[in-house]
Design a protein around this ligand. Structure first.
Ligand code: ADP
Ligand code: MG
Length: 216
């Protein structure tokens, strides 16, 4: 199979990314919820699925005409419909993405890398958290590092986004031995050790959905 190598994330691909992530959340709802049952309150998959069920009809009713509008719609919908920590955190990430890409209908790797770095920093600021605390940042951080590395090295969009997926997945697995200090898992102290963080797991799905959308 030959595949056109695109250097830009288009508006169509960006919309497909959001839909794919929503589909992945719905397919992994039980899994994410099970992970959250071990170190939280067992609702992570349910929370995010509720959010994306609200996003889909809005995209269908009025397809956004630029990347900023798309991600702002996603962010504000997640904030208003998802209870729990992950709604405002993912909501902040998407609002930051939307702010960084306002008015654009395409984004090259450098812009996407900068926008996702701002999104990552937004989650850290909102959550008063940093890497190593067994949260979604442990997947998000390595993924944005990979995007920055690929940008600096002049690698292609697809290759770089695929590297970000691996980085996010490795980061997610690396949450297993970590001690949680933030969110509900933080209340468990030592008992949080030995479990994979649900938020990092969903963030790895976010990057996997991005790679699938860039590569199709
Ligand atoms: P809640 O904990 O309110 O039930 P969810 O279950 O939907 O919310 O989401 C839990 C996930 O949110 C965690 O697995 C973790 O990755 C993430 N999280 C929680 N608190 C923080 C924080 N302060 N900073 C970053 N991520 C966090
Ligand atoms: Mg929960």
């Amino acid at each position: 199979m030959t595949m056109a190598v695109s250097t830009l994330l288009t508006l169509d691909q960006a919309c497909a990314w959001v839909r794919r992530f929503g589909d992945a959340i719905s397919q992994n709802k039980e899994y994410l919820t099970r992970l959250d049952a071990a170190i939280g309150d067992g609702d992570h998959g349910i929370n995010l699925d509720r959010g994306f069920r609200a996003v889909r009809p809005k995209l269908d009713a009025a397809p956004p005409t630029d990347l900023g509008a798309l991600y702002k719609l996603v962010g504000s919908t997640l904030i208003s419909t998802v209870g729990g920590a992950s709604g405002p955190l993912y909501g902040t990430a998407f609002l930051r993405l939307g702010g960084a890409l306002a008015g654009k209908t395409t984004a090259g790797l450098p812009e996407l890398s900068t926008a996702l770095t701002l999104a990552y920093e937004g989650v850290a600021a909102r959550g008063k958290s940093r890497r190593g605390e067994k949260t979604m940042l442990d997947a998000f951080g390595p993924a944005v590092d990979a995007l920055q590395d690929g940008t600096e090295a002049g690698r292609s969009l697809l290759e770089t986004v695929e590297a970000a997926v691996i980085a996010a997945e490795v980061g997610t697995e690396a949450t297993i031995p970590l001690l949680a200090t933030k969110g509900r898992a933080g209340f468990l102290g030592e008992n949080s050790i030995g479990h994979q963080d649900p938020g990092a797991t969903s963030t790895a799905l976010l990057f996997r959905a991005l790679a699938a959308s860039v590569g199709s």
